[in-house]
Structures are given as C-alpha cells and as structure tokens.
Design a protein around this ligand. Structure first.
Ligand code: XMP
Ligand code: MG
Length: 184
C-alpha cells in the first residue's frame, strides 16, 4: 500500500539507493579534503536536515555541527528573492573552515547571501555542498564545490525538501502531481 504522501508523488527523480550511494561518495571526498582540519558542518535549515544527518555520518572526520535557518520561499514554490535569517548561528565562526550543507541550489540567492554573511562573521574558508543543483534557474554567480545530483527545472520534494512544509519525510526525491499544488 502506498502511503498517503506517496499518492501525491508523480514521479521519483532520485531513489533511496541512489541517494545513499552518492552521499557515501560525497562523505568520502570531504573526508579526504578535511581530515585534520576540524571543519564546521553548517546545515541550512530546514531543507538540509536529512542530508546533513546522513552526510556527517558518511564523513568520519573530526568535526562539529551548526545550524542556521533562513526563509525565502514563504510557502510557495517561487523564491521571494529576499533572504531572512530566522535562526541565527549560536557560536563564533571566526577562523573556522565551514562546510555549508544545502538541500538545493536554485536561483543562488540563499547561498550568495549566506556566503557574504559568513565571510563577514570571519569564516576562514567556505566550501559549499549541495545535495541537488538546478543550474537552469541560477541568477547569482554561485557554484557548489560538491553537488550530489543535477535536477531539471521542476519543484522537488522529499529527503528533507518540502512543499508548504510537508513531504520532508518522503525517503526519496520526487515531483508532486500538479493537482497537489492547485489544491493548496
Ligand atoms: P535559491 O533560489 O535561494 O533556493 O537558490 C534555495 C532554497 O530554496 C528552496 N528550494 C526548493 N525547495 N523544492 C523545495 O522543496 C524545490 O524544488 C526547491 N527549489 C528551491 C530550498 O529550501 C533551498 O534551500
Ligand atoms: Mg524549502
């Protein structure tokens, strides 16, 4: 039997198995780069919380975790363009090597803003890791240092990503049926 959420999914873009394999690979690459450097994994909430949890366990390097929450979508599928910090850093990041962990790099607004913000707070280096990349929609000159999968210009949910705060616990990356948006 399909779960009530799965009935709303039109198609699967990235399966659970593909996610696991790629996150394991990315963790190993980050291990090689960051061993001995005590990086700070910085998750951009809420969308990256599932990826973050899997990535830090796939990268057995001595490290710490931190979280920041931003909002730019306001329950719609279109970015409003302005980024607001809704939960700020809880520690001094001066001199730290940051690994920013994002769910999806879309227009680039969020990461362009956060990169400037973290540099202004004294970060020593910034490495951008995104699970998904949607390069067709980019309006800011931002590229990820590590990207899991390139996705087409479709609104995706699952593995942390939401539509109107729902579907974050779907275990794969999928596209919703059009009627789900129009009913909302
Ligand atoms: P920007 O446009 O600032 O977008 O690069 C980054 C943030 O927007 C959200 N986003 C999505 N969320 N499905 C989602 O659930 C999508 O297809 C999607 N595209 C962008 C996401 O929170 C990301 O951090
Ligand atoms: Mg979101």
């Amino acid at each position: 039997m399909k779960s009530e959420m799965e009935q709303d999914i039109l198609k699967v873009l990235v399966t659970e198995e593909e996610l696991k394999a790629r996150v394991t690979e990315m963790g190993a690459e980050l291990f090689e780069k960051f061993k001995g450097r005590n990086p700070l994994f910085l998750s951009v909430l809420k969308g990256s919380f599932v990826f973050m949890a899997d990535l830090v366990r796939a990268c057995q390097v001595q490290s710490e975790v931190e979280f920041i929450a931003v909002s730019s979508y306001q329950n719609s599928t279109q970015s409003s363009g302005t980024v607001q910090i809704t939960r700020d850093l809880q520690q001094d990041i001066t001199g730290r090597e940051l690994i920013i962990v994002e769910d999806i790099l879309d227009s680039g607004n969020t990461l362009a803003f956060l990169k400037d913000y973290f540099m202004s707070k004294g970060a020593k280096s910034i490495t951008i890791v995104t699970l998904l990349d949607k390069p067709s929609r980019r309006t800011k000159a931002i590229t990820a240092d590590y990207s899991g999968f390139t996705v087409p210009d479709e609104f995706v949910v699952g593995y942390g990503l939401d539509f109107a705060q729902k579907y974050r616990n779907v275990p794969y990356i999928g596209v919703l049926k059009p009627e789900v948006y129009s009913n909302n």
